[in-house]
Design a protein around this ligand. Structure first.
Ligand SMILES: [Zn+2]
Ligand SMILES: [Zn+2]
Length: 207
């Protein structure tokens, strides 16, 4: 109770300022640049009070803790509004070159997710390339095997000519071997290769 001599208002404690983080951004926790919450060179000039998580508050690091009007911040805390707006601006329009220090967790997460996705795609592409090469090599080996088999298992007249003509016609190993096999089937079924002047080379490239 005041005595008669107590004419001064009692000191009012500075309440700091509310941080009105906009709804169109990620939550305050996810988009506030916590990386700058320190005392280093790019430090924020205020501290944050998240006692009520829905209603975060800020207090200037220079807060006098006393103020003249109830519910009004001290002069130093009053200047924090501009800093918060500035941070909201950065959070809303992060530039490609914005240092991650100035971004919130949501942005860092997005960057990491994107990097990860890029790496996964890179690896997938690499794996695909590798398996395509592998498949191609296998197919080629298979073609060569078939050619060797066709030649070794069958007495093909003028084999040199057959292959020469084929190569001159720009045929691939597979084409050669396909035609050889077709020809051999046709040739050997009816009468064996008794038909002496049968020219497989001609036969092959008529097919
Ligand atoms: Zn203050
Ligand atoms: Zn600022």
């Amino acid at each position: 109770m005041c005595s008669d001599t107590c004419f001064l208002k009692p000191d009012i404690v500075c309440p700091g300022i509310p941080i009105n983080w906009p709804d169109d951004l990620h939550t305050f926790f996810m988009s506030f640049p916590w990386a700058r919450y320190h005392d280093g060179p790019d430090r924020l000039p205020f501290t944050v009070d998240i006692t009520v998580p829905r209603l975060p508050r800020a207090r200037s690091k220079l807060c006098s803790h006393l103020t003249i009007r109830e519910d009004y911040p001290c002069e130093e805390c009053g200047e924090v509004y501009a800093h918060v707006y500035h941070l909201i601006d950065i959070a809303r329009n992060p530039k490609a070159h914005t240092n991650y220090h100035y971004l919130g967790l949501a942005h860092m997460r997005d960057i990491l997710v994107k990097k990860h996705a890029d790496q996964v795609n890179q690896l997938k592409l690499q794996a695909c390339n590798d398996s395509c090469k592998y498949m191609y090599t296998l197919t080629q080996l298979d073609d060569y095997n078939r050619l060797v088999m066709a030649i070794s298992e069958n007495d093909i007249p003028r084999i040199h000519q057959v292959i020469n003509i084929a190569l001159r016609n720009g045929a691939s190993i597979r084409e050669i071997v396909n035609k050889l096999e077709d020809a051999l089937e046709g040739v050997y079924q009816p009468r064996g290769y008794g038909a002496s002047d049968l020219d497989i080379a001609t036969l092959v490239f008529r097919l």
